[in-house]
Design a protein around this ligand. Structure first.
Ligand SMILES: *Cc1c(COP(=O)(O)O)cnc(C)c1O
Length: 394
């Protein structure tokens, strides 16, 4: 027997992959072209030229056919050697995963402990760097927007920590769930390698990984002895100059990226995109406060504009709540990751969404809280709607 049809659109409100706009889907629904033929370089060059704006950099950005995790690995293998020290900060699940990648590659990763409710402690980074007299730490690697907790860290402050300690380590930043949705400044913040992925703020399906590479990071390639082949920046940078890639690129994702850049950079504008995300995050937090629930994020200045992680009262199961919402309202919410499994759920509010998408999302959560018998107050949705209706541009 066939399953009964589910009418309407699925609400994909996880913090990535995000909803792909119809225009991007249509841009990708094209015959594949010869990636070594004459049609290809104009596409690649137009993308590379506009992509740098999203990173706020003049440095080159390389693209891989990969998930964000590939971007993590690429960032490490291109600039480091076996046994090099890497300093990381445990903002949450994704920071811990990047740390694992480094350890498996043979790096000496030191993960400064965090409470999974706040951002990178720049002072702790600074004092650890000051203690590193022999300069064994070659890189500091942090997550800009910790997607497991909804906490955004101050990358400029991390840069100042390196500068104040007078330490020459390279600064690596995971901007996978922030790029294209919240303010990001690769050059101004003195970031050496920024890692990003296609399926979050950039409104594309999964499948592209990015590295923006500073001059210093490129110089570090010469002495880096970790084995690298597929992730090697050099052949990509060389081929990119003429609008080509050293191996088959994800051609149809590039058609989509071209369209997404037109929408984000040219039509809406990055500032407006960021303001929209800040507004939707504020509306979401007002709903959470209205429900009387607690945020995972503890410090208001670190609230993420792209997702909100919500603690669930003890005795309740966040995944049971998510299950009810999926079954009854056809909406996917983010699960609690790592040690937040079952204790928190995450509302993604990034990518291609508008006021009513967000309102529908919050309605689904509020109805779900009732159905799953999670102790809460009503009125969260109303608080969010009041805020959205005022149209505050902050
Ligand atoms: C999604 C995400 C990742 C992992 O990316 P994949 O594409 O799943 O490999 C890493 N870091 C952050 C901050 C993320 O949000």
């Amino acid at each position: 027997m066939t399953e009964p049809r589910t009418p309407g659109r699925h609400f994909l409100q996880i913090p990535g992959p995000t909803n792909v706009p119809d225009r991007v889907l249509r841009a990708m629904a094209r015959p594949v072209i010869d990636h070594r033929g004459p049609e290809f370089p104009p596409l690649a060059l137009s993308i590379l030229e506009r992509l740098v704006e999203v990173f706020a950099t003049t440095a080159p950005v390389v693209l891989f056919p990969s998930s964000g995790t590939g971007g993590w690995e690429a960032a490490l293998v291109n600039i480091l050697s076996p046994g090099d020290g890497v300093l990381m900060f445990e903002t949450g699940h994704f920071a811990a995963m990047w740390c694992e990648v480094g350890r498996r590659l043979g790096l000496e990763v030191e993960l400064l402990p965090g409470d999974w409710r706040s951002g990178v402690d720049a002072a702790a980074i600074e004092s650890r760097l000051r203690a590193d007299r022999h300069r064994r730490i070659r890189a500091v690697a942090v997550v800009h927007n910790e997607t497991s907790t909804g906490v955004a860290s101050d990358i400029a402050a991390v840069r100042r920590a390196l500068d104040c300690a007078g330490h020459p380590a390279l600064l690596l930043v995971d901007a996978i769930s922030s790029l294209g949705a919240m303010e990001y400044r690769h050059d101004e913040w003195g970031v050496d390698v920024t890692v990003a992925g296609s399926q979050k703020g950039l409104m594309l399906p999964p499948g592209l990984g990015f590295n923006a590479i500073s001059e210093r990071a490129r110089a570090a390639m010469a002495g880096a002895r970790l084995p690298r082949s597929y992730w090697d920046w050099q052949p990509i940078l060389s081929a990119n100059e003429r609008g080509f890639f050293p191996y088959t690129p994800a051609t149809n994702l590039l058609f989509g990226l071209d369209e997404a850049l037109t929408m984000l950079v040219e039509e809406e504008g990055l500032e407006a995109v960021c303001a929209r995300h800040r507004r939707f995050a504020e509306a979401t937090r007002r709903a959470v406060a209205g429900w009387g629930l607690e945020l995972v994020a503890q410090n208001p200045e670190e609230y993420s504009p792209t997702l909100t992680a919500v603690m669930i009262p003890t005795g309740c199961d966040a995944d049971a709540l998510r299950q009810v919402i999926l079954e009854r309202f056809d909406m996917s919410l983010g699960t609690g990751l790592g040690k937040l499994q079952g204790r928190a759920f995450r509302i993604g509010h990034l990518g291609d969404l508008n006021e009513l998408t967000l309102a529908g999302t919050l309605c689904g959560v509020e109805m779900g809280l009732g159905l799953a018998q999670v102790a809460h107050q009503s009125g969260g949705v109303m608080a969010a709607l009041d805020y959205l209706a005022r149209g505050d541009r902050e």
